[in-house]
Every structure is written in structure tokens, then in C-alpha cells.
Design a protein around this ligand. Structure first.
Ligand SMILES: [Zn+2]
Length: 458
């Protein structure tokens, strides 16, 4: 064969391969503008304040931070205008967008949950239509593909008095465990079928690598050593402002909530602000304390939030579910949100999370306190249980001690209603509930209660 014929043949073959390559279909890619290193999942505009001094540091490090708000924060007073309800929510959405833009965070989503003025996480989850909220948060995790999720601590503590905060932590933890599961919310994963597709979303499952919490609890000492802590007294390399000041100045947009406090800040000099920031009460300059939730890459509790993270996507890692606790005989247990958190921690591999050893709550002076209790009869005979409540001075019980009759196998949830003293106190009162049957004690429970001023209803 002549050499020119070989050359022509080779050229033709190469052109054929090239043409085939040009016709080759390529895989659809996710929108990289939406990718996050850290996804903040919270309940209301202003909830970022607890961590904004740390988020500002992430922005300096070139990390991508995105945020999801479960509600618009439409409950409460409006200190700036007449707008209330959904209209107040619209104002607060705008305040929040300004605040996060100030911190350099641009990817922010609001979901459809309603602000729930209650301390009870179960009411918040119901008000948000729990399943819908979870589906929406799982979608946001699959869209933003975060390495780390940061959210409110799911737990009930004196001072952590908003059920919505706790509910944001619950739904975020559930989404951490579900977003990587291809069988969870499969319409999000399904391949779109039409040009005008409105149902199937074409996402991919996504397993975040680490989960961290923060909390509003009054006793913040209990969280020391439970996760990394970041000082906010350093100076931003990009903004040349100390980090607590960036947090404080971002907070100044939340005027519908804190107008008078912010106007006080507006009138202060830099030196006065620094003095205020160092004071215990305002705490702007206090370190940001995180609580380690879980990780699929590194189990270091106090190590850096990014310690051990890998650049490759993590494989789907279902939670390590703890064995259920077997109930035997006649028993007395606390119900409501306290019981839920026991079940929740076991179901999501979060058994090591800090919790109040004795169940606790803060309520307003002079209000009613409902204590949900559960009696169980796992014997094969009918049993009468007498409930006896021991109260500190100033407390009263609406209905005095009662007898509860349980057939074999009965589960009997009920609540004891108590009137709190009219006078507030910094002391924490301890209430005791004892169940006895046929002269034998079947269970003793204690509840710690701080009776303070105002706050959300139980
Ligand atoms: Zn809030």
C-alpha cells in the first residue's frame, strides 16, 4: 500500500472517531453555584446570630456557606411597622437576607414552615407538617451537597425555649441520615421525563460528612468539651474587622425584633461596643461553642469542624440504631418531648448528645405546667397505680393525687397539671412524681423547673 493511502485511511478513521465523540452524550451536572461546604439549617431569621462570628471566619477561608430557614419568623411583635403574621414574615425574610449578605452569604432559602410560639418540639413538627418539612430539607441537602451541616441542638433545656429551634435540629438530623438514601423521596432522584417536567427532579443522593449543633441553653458550660469552640476575637483578614463585630453588625438588620437594643448599639462608640461585647450578659465576644453530632469520616469530638473531611463524595451511611429498651412489669415514665428525644437519639445514632440528666424546663411565673407521664402495665393482671406528687413551696396541683387503673398490656398516657408560683426566681425547683401499686413503688421521676419572667408557653 502506498504511504499516501495509509495516511488518507488514518485521517478518515480519526475523523470518524471525532464525529462519534462529538455526538457522545455527557452526564448532566449539578449546578455548582449552589454547592455548599457548610449548610446552616435553622428555624427563624436571626437564628444565625448564635454562629455568625464563626460563619464570618469561614467566609474568610473561602468556604461556601448556604442557609436554610424553616420559617419566616412571622410570630411576635413588629417593632418597625404595622405588618404582622405573613407580612411580618416577609419583612423578616428581607432583614435576614440583608444580614446574611452583610456576612457574605448569598445562597439562602426559606421553606414553608410556620412559626410556632411554643416550647414543645412536637407542636413545631406538627405545625410544619413534619413529613413535608423533612422532604424539603432533604431536597436542599441534595441541591447544596454540603460537607458539614450546622443546626440547632435537638434537645430540651432550660433556656432553649423554642420548639422551632429544636425542630430545625430534628429535621436537619433526619435529613443528614436520609439525603444519601436513594430510596428516600425518590421523586427527587428520578430522571425527568418531559421538557416541561414539574414532578421528577433529577437530583442525586448526597451523604453529608459531619453534623454539628449549637444551643441557646442557659447553662452553656454543660457543652464545653462536647465539640470544637471558636474564638471570635480575631480580626477578619478580608474585612479588617474583629469577628464579633461582624456578627453584631449583621444582627443590626433584625430591627422588627430588636429595634430598641439595636438603636442603643447605633449610639455607641467602638470602645463602648467592645466593652459591651466583653460583658457576660450580651456575650458577643464569647467563643462559639459547637456540639459534635456525628460524622461519617472522623470521630474527633473537639477537632476542627473540617477535620477528616474528604473531597470525594461520602458513601451513604445509615445511622447506627440503638437497641430498643424493653419495658417490663409496671412502670412510670415521662412522656411528651422528653420521651420523643430518647427515641430520637436512639434512632439516629445520637445517644452521646448532651441531655439534661433530670428533665428540665423554664416557664413563666404564674402559668400552668403540664407534665406528660406514661404508665405501662406489662404484667398479666389488672393493676391500680396511685400517683403522688411532691411540690416545693408556692406550687399547687389542680387535681390531687389520683389512682389509675390499667388492664394487662395497657399503655396509659396522662398529664399532671400544676400551677407555678406567681413570683419568679433564679432557683431551679425540683418536682417529684411517685407511682405506687399495692404498696410498692413502681417508679420515681423528677423534673427541674425554672420559674422566670415571660417566655414562650409550654
Ligand atoms: Zn429563633
Amino acid at each position: 500500500m502506498k504511504i499516501w493511502r495509509v495516511l488518507v485511511l488514518t485521517l478518515a478513521l480519526s475523523l470518524q472517531v471525532l464525529a462519534q465523540q462529538e455526538n457522545a452524550r455527557t452526564a448532566p451536572k449539578p449546578d455548582d453555584r449552589l454547592k455548599a461546604d457548610v449548610l446552616l439549617i435553622v428555624a427563624h431569621p436571626d437564628d444565625e446570630t448564635g454562629v455568625s462570628g464563626y460563619l464570618a471566619q469561614l467566609m474568610d477561608q473561602g468556604k461556601r456557606v448556604a442557609a436554610v430557614y424553616l420559617t419566616h419568623g412571622e410570630a411576635g411583635h413588629n417593632n418597625m411597622g404595622r405588618e404582622r403574621g405573613p407580612s411580618l414574615g416577609a419583612s423578616r425574610e428581607m432583614e435576614l437576607r440583608h444580614a446574611l449578605t452583610y456576612l457574605g452569604i448569598e445562597n439562602v432559602w426559606f421553606l414553608g414552615g410556620r412559626d410556632t410560639p411554643s416550647q414543645d418540639v412536637l407542636q413545631s413538627l406538627a405545625n410544619w407538617h413534619h413529613g413535608q418539612a423533612l422532604e424539603d430539607v432533604v431536597r436542599m441537602v441534595r441541591i447544596t451537597r454540603p460537607t458539614v451541616i450546622v443546626t440547632w441542638l435537638p434537645g430540651f433545656f432550660i433556656g432553649e425555649n423554642h420548639g422551632d429551634h429544636q425542630a430545625a435540629g430534628v429535621v436537619a438530623s433526619e435529613a443528614f441520615d436520609l439525603a444519601g438514601d436513594p430510596s428516600a423521596f425518590p421523586a427527587q432522584i428520578a430522571q425527568p421525563r418531559h421538557v416541561n417536567e414539574t414532578l421528577l427532579e433529577g437530583l442525586q443522593p448526597w451523604q453529608p460528612q459531619k453534623l454539628y449543633f449549637f444551643s441557646d441553653a442557659s447553662d452553656d458550660k454543660q457543652f464545653r468539651g462536647k465539640g470544637p469552640s471558636y474564638p471570635v476575637t480575631g480580626v477578619s483578614s478580608k474585612r479588617h474587622v474583629v469577628y464579633w463585630r461582624l456578627a453584631m453588625d449583621g444582627f443590626r438588620f433584625h430591627r422588627t425584633q430588636y429595634r430598641s437594643y439595636i438603636e442603643k448599639l447605633d449610639k455607641m462608640t467602638d470602645d463602648q461596643l467592645a466593652k459591651l461585647a466583653g460583658a457576660d450578659q450580651d456575650g458577643w465576644a464569647a467563643p462559639m461553642q459547637f456540639i459534635f453530632g456525628k460524622s461519617v469520616v472522623s470521630e474527633s469530638v473537639t477537632g476542627d469542624i473540617f477535620e477528616g473531611v474528604q473531597s470525594a463524595p461520602a458513601p451513604y451511611t445509615p445511622p447506627a440504631v440503638a437497641e430498643p429498651i424493653e419495658q417490663t412489669g409496671l412502670s412510670l415514665a415521662i412522656g411528651g418531648p422528653w420521651k420523643f428525644y430518647d427515641d430520637f437519639r436512639r434512632a439516629h445514632g445520637l445517644n452521646q448528645l448532651p441531655r439534661a440528666e433530670v428533665p428540665e424546663i423554664g416557664i413563666a411565673a404564674g402559668t400552668m405546667l403540664q407534665i406528660p407521664l406514661i404508665l405501662r402495665n406489662q404484667t398479666d393482671r389488672v393493676a391500680d397505680v396511685v400517683m403522688e406528687v411532691t411540690l416545693p413551696e408556692g406550687w399547687s396541683q389542680k387535681e390531687k393525687d389520683r389512682t389509675y387503673r390499667l388492664s394487662a398490656g395497657d399503655v396509659f398516657p396522662f398529664q399532671v397539671e400544676l400551677n407555678a408560683p406567681a413570683k419568679k426566681s433564679d432557683n431551679v425547683a425540683e418536682l417529684t412524681f411517685i407511682g405506687t401499686s399495692a404498696g410498692q413503688t413502681i417508679g420515681t421521676l423528677k423534673i427541674r423547673v425554672r420559674v422566670g419572667a415571660g417566655g414562650l408557653p409550654q
